[in-house]
Design a protein around this ligand. Structure first.
Ligand SMILES: *Cc1c(COP(=O)(O)O)cnc(C)c1O
Length: 379
């Protein structure tokens, strides 16, 4: 990211853009031509997809199993969509049948669902949803910001029409760039609807829908004309973030995507074994836990924020708090990106063991690191 800045039409720059697109096709496991970066944090990617795909009145179904599901619903609402939600308790995920029943009922234009909702640490299985969406002629979008590279995601095999992510979770980069991929059928639909601007009414807006996408900055067909062969100026690409995003993908490809996912699984399992050996209760349905983060119930005998503050000030280790109904009830401990490594897991467990002890916790002591080492031995 400290490489020199160059002009956006410098042939080297257009080369970097093409290379970045090719790398993210590998990360998303897709052949989609429409694979590019949205300049902004992950929610810029979410907003670009929703505001470009949905017009006022379009029905969208958002199954919610944590905080980020509420975010998708809110952004879709602001885009003017007719938002329908279904919910499961935090700590659980949806069965495909529940989602199919809601699709039959709502008949949405789009299904928008989070893959890994970091607020609950749950990972929603997506592999069966693509076929359901195709059968009902529904576009299928997922926010995989927290899950990509730490958990399996296959945009083409799973028939996803849109995926948006960010760099700051398992991709191990800074926040500020949102890689997005779009299926040909979703791009065609967006373009069809926009044609009315040139005075051509097509079947796509016989329904009276608006021709304009209600955002200029997040107008995906315009952004695609900028990333595509036309190179029509839209915004000035955020050069430094492009370098960073490209390097994140390059490192994952160099390691191997399967290997990177397996690394997150191993270190996530070791962290889970360690916190369980401390006598802490992991949160939620462990069969659907994301590899890269674990939620643990804060024991009654300690003050959660005091332990977190001591972990940070005395040991330089930050563990997460949580939101909404889980606030003050669980900590969330990440093992993602560069922190999905043995030394980080063992140090975190050792420090947590000590912080718990000095803050009045009376559970088992001195066994967490051992349990993690055993988990590695059996991995
Ligand atoms: C962390 C996270 C985000 C982050 O959005 P930003 O705009 O980058 O802060 C979005 N979605 C999910 C599911 C996340 O876990």
């Amino acid at each position: 990211m400290s490489a020199p800045l160059i002009g956006q039409y410098d042939p080297a720059m257009t080369g970097f853009m093409n290379e970045t697109q090719a790398r993210y096709r590998q990360v998303f496991r897709t052949q989609n031509a429409a694979t590019m970066l949205i300049d902004g944090t992950s929610r810029a990617g979410i907003e670009a997809v929703l505001v470009s795909a949905l017009r006022p009145g379009d029905r969208v179904l958002v199954p919610i199993f944590g905080r980020f599901g509420h975010l998708l619903a809110e952004i879709a609402q602001r885009a003017g969509a007719d938002v329908h939600t279904i919910e499961v308790p935090w700590g659980e995920v949806f069965e495909p049948e529940q989602i199919e029943a809601a699709i039959r009922n709502v008949q949405p234009r789009m299904l928008a669902i989070v893959q890994g909702d970091t607020s609950t640490t749950m990972c929603q299985p997506l592999e069966e949803l693509g076929a359901i969406c195709r059968a009902h002629d529904v576009f299928f979008y997922t926010d995989a910001t927290a899950s990509i590279v730490g958990n399996d995601l296959r945009a083409d095999d799973w028939q996803l029409d849109a995926v948006s992510v960010g760099l700051q979770k398992c991709l191990g980069g800074p926040s500020g760039s949102a890689p997005v991929t779009l299926s040909d059928r979703l791009v065609d639909w967006m373009r069809q609807r926009r044609k009315v601007e040139a005075g051509i009414r097509t079947e796509a807006h016989q329904d009276g829908s608006e021709p304009f996408i209600r955002s200029n900055y997040f107008d995906l067909p315009m952004i695609l004309d900028y990333w595509g062969e036309e190179r029509l100026n839209h915004h000035t690409e955020a050069t430094t973030m492009l370098y960073g995003a490209s390097e994140c993908a390059r490192l994952v490809i160099e390691e191997g995507l399967d290997q990177a996912i397996e690394r997150h699984r191993q270190h996530g399992d070791a962290m889970l074994a360690g916190v369980q050996a401390l006598g802490l209760k992991p949160f939620g349905d462990l069969n659907h836990k994301m590899n890269n983060v674990v939620g643990v119930a804060i024991p009654d005998s300690v003050d959660g924020d005091t332990v977190r503050a001591q972990m940070l000030t005395d040991f330089g280790i930050e563990i997460g708090t949580s939101f909404g109904p889980l606030h003050g009830k669980i900590w969330r401990i990440g093992t993602m990106g560069y922190n999905a490594r043995k030394s980080a897991v063992l140090q975190t467990l050792s420090c947590l063991d000590n912080c718990l002890a000095v803050n009045g916790y009376r559970g088992p002591r001195g066994e967490a690191v051992q349990a993690a080492l055993e988990s590695y031995a059996h991995a």
